[in-house]
Design a protein around this ligand. Structure first.
Ligand SMILES: Nc1nc2c(c(=O)[nH]1)N[C@H]1C(S)=C(S)[C@@H](COP(=O)(O)O)O[C@H]1N2
Ligand SMILES: [Mo]
Length: 518
């Protein structure tokens, strides 16, 4: 028994605060250091990146379905929350077992160091990449030691001279560490990712040598709520594995074309800009798009035909694939025909009249009509290797996705939205349909279990872009109804009602919407 005046064990909240502050100060300083180094991910990003690489496909599908484009912030929040809880528990335990607390912090640190050592997104040297995590561990352990000292120990037979909880000293130390964390946080916010943004701001794109034909009048149907025929950069969907957008200034950027070629070609951004540029409208589609989903967008792209680039390098006859790699190490595998036949496959540097936005691949990316993004649309592109499918696996292949993935043609109802109420005198509906490189021949709609009826097709732009449709229900009846859509391609194939899941090579099925007529 200790008397009431004897030193006592620090309260649990002091332990929790200690663990939290040690982790926060370590991470903030480590993240600040990473922001000052080019091509070095922060410790949390490295852990997140490795988590993405290891995540089983069902988890990735779940994350995309539940959180959509927010899946990355959710992942980061998950990493941070897990760390905070473990660190706080370590602090609580540390009041009586300081060594255990330090051991837990060290193990967390080791996990971060291992993640940084194997982070494929790092473009700096390995040694440099380890610096932020090592700093994080050093600061976190140091902070924990300081706080544990202030918390003291309970007086026991083994520690008869212990001073116990030094409340005043503890609060002062905690305040100091909070300030340190704030400084680290401020530095990371101020300098992170700035180089590419500055580079992009200074670019004036040349006029295309071959501009795209104007969008035909009538490509946009006149039904309020149907997607804009051209998707603005701000509204264009984003899908990628990058927790931090790769910071690639145009000035240092190079594209290397090598492998089964007659001569290697290396291009700078300037050299690409000085080539005769073409402009094409192409509709991109993600394999993760559910039937009726949002991961499809139509933009005007500016760039160089990959056909011309590959011709410069001279493709050898045994090649059947191009492996493209981004600055963050992500890879895609594309059949060589898709990059050399007559379609508008581009090395793109412009999107809707601007340099590529950072999240859409600045300074350069691939755009390939007719193939899902994960097998073709490499953003932050740095390397094209002409090769054979039998000699490599691209990023998503060992994760349960097909090595080859042409876009499955589809159609979507934009209006009515789910459970929308339409006035009885004006039941106008509409949406989009796409069958890149083939073209949409007809779109049909069905109300409840009624007959299929022909929708009006908007004017076709090209077979590489989506096509809008609309339909008016003249003898609409009040009440709740279901509208279903299906498209037929110029090949004469009609969409199947069979539902296929996202994995391994994209969804099928008809889009249906429940709505009301009032
Ligand atoms: N570097 C890199 N490029 C990438 C990806 C990626 O994860 N990393 N994802 C691809 C996928 S799955 C799609 S659907 C398209 C999406 O392009 P967007 O984000 O510009 O719409 O980018 C492709 N390019
Ligand atoms: Mo995708």
């Amino acid at each position: 028994m200790t008397s009431s005046t004897a030193p006592r064990t620090a309260p649990w909240w002091a332990g929790a605060i200690s663990g939290f502050l040690a982790a926060a100060a370590g991470l903030a300083v480590g993240t600040g250091v990473s922001a000052l180094l080019t091509g070095v991910p922060s410790p949390v990003e490295s852990v997140g990146n490795r988590a993405i690489d290891y995540a089983p496909p069902f988890l990735k599908d779940f994350a995309i379905e539940q959180f959509g484009t927010n899946d990355k912030p959710v992942l980061i929040a998950g990493v941070v929350a897990t760390l905070a809880v473990v660190a706080m528990l370590a602090g609580v335990v540390g009041r009586t077992r300081p060594r255990t607390a330090l051991g837990v912090i060290a193990v967390l640190g080791l996990v971060a160091v291992a993640a940084a050592a194997t982070d494929r997104t790092a473009t700096a040297s390995r040694a440099l990449t380890l610096v932020p995590t090592l700093v994080t561990v050093a600061v976190a352990v140091g902070a924990m030691v300081l706080l544990l000292r202030r918390m003291g120990r309970a007086v026991t037979e083994a520690h008869p001279l212990s001073t116990g909880f030094d409340r005043r000293g503890f609060l002062i130390t905690a305040a100091g560490l909070t300030a340190l964390a704030a400084v680290g946080g401020t530095v990371s916010r101020a300098v992170g990712g700035a180089a590419a943004a500055a580079s992009r701001a200074g670019i004036r794109l040349p006029r295309p040598a071959r501009p795209a034909d104007p969008v035909p009048a009538g490509a946009q149907v006149d039904v309020k709520g149907v997607s804009s025929y051209l998707t603005s950069n701000k509204d264009f969907y984003r899908v990628d594995t990058a927790l931090r957008v790769p910071d690639v200034p145009a000035e240092g950027w190079q594209l290397r074309i090598h492998g089964l070629v007659d001569r290697e070609v290396t291009l700078s951004y300037r050299e690409v800009m000085d080539m005769p540029l073409v402009e094409r409208r192409v509709t991109l589609t993600c394999v993760s798009n559910e039937v009726g989903g949002p991961y499809v967008g139509n933009a005007t792209w500016l760039g160089v035909l990959t056909k011309d680039l590959l011709e410069r390098a001279g493709v050898q006859s045994e090649a059947d694939a191009v492996k493209s790699t981004s600055a963050d190490g992500w890879t895609a595998g594309t059949p060589i025909e898709a990059l050399t036949d007559d379609r508008s496959s581009l090395l793109a540097i412009g999107m809707n009249g601007e340099p590529l936005p950072l999240i859409h691949g600045f300074p350069a990316r691939l755009v390939v009509p007719g193939l899902y993004g994960y097998v073709s649309a490499t953003k932050w592109l740095t390397d094209l290797e002409v090769t054979r499918f039998s000699d490599f696996e691209a990023y998503w292949t060992p994760r349960g996705y097909s090595a080859k993935a042409p876009i499955k043609f589809s159609s979507r109802i934009d209006v009515p939205g789910a459970f929308q109420e339409l006035p009885r005198d004006k039941v106008r509906v509409g949406g989009v349909a796409w069958a890149q490189t083939v073209g949409i021949e007809k779109v049909e709609v069905q109300v409840d279990n009624g007959p299929w009826q022909l929708a009006d097709l908007a004017t076709e732009d090209t077979t590489e872009t989506w096509r809008q449709w609309s339909w008016q229900w003249d003898d609409a009846t009040e009440g709740s109804h279901r509208l279903t859509v299906r498209a037929t391609t110029k090949d004469g194939t009609t969409q199947t009602s069979d539902r296929a899941r996202i994995r391994p090579d994209g969804t099928t099925g008809w889009h249906s919407v429940q709505f009301r007529v009032a």
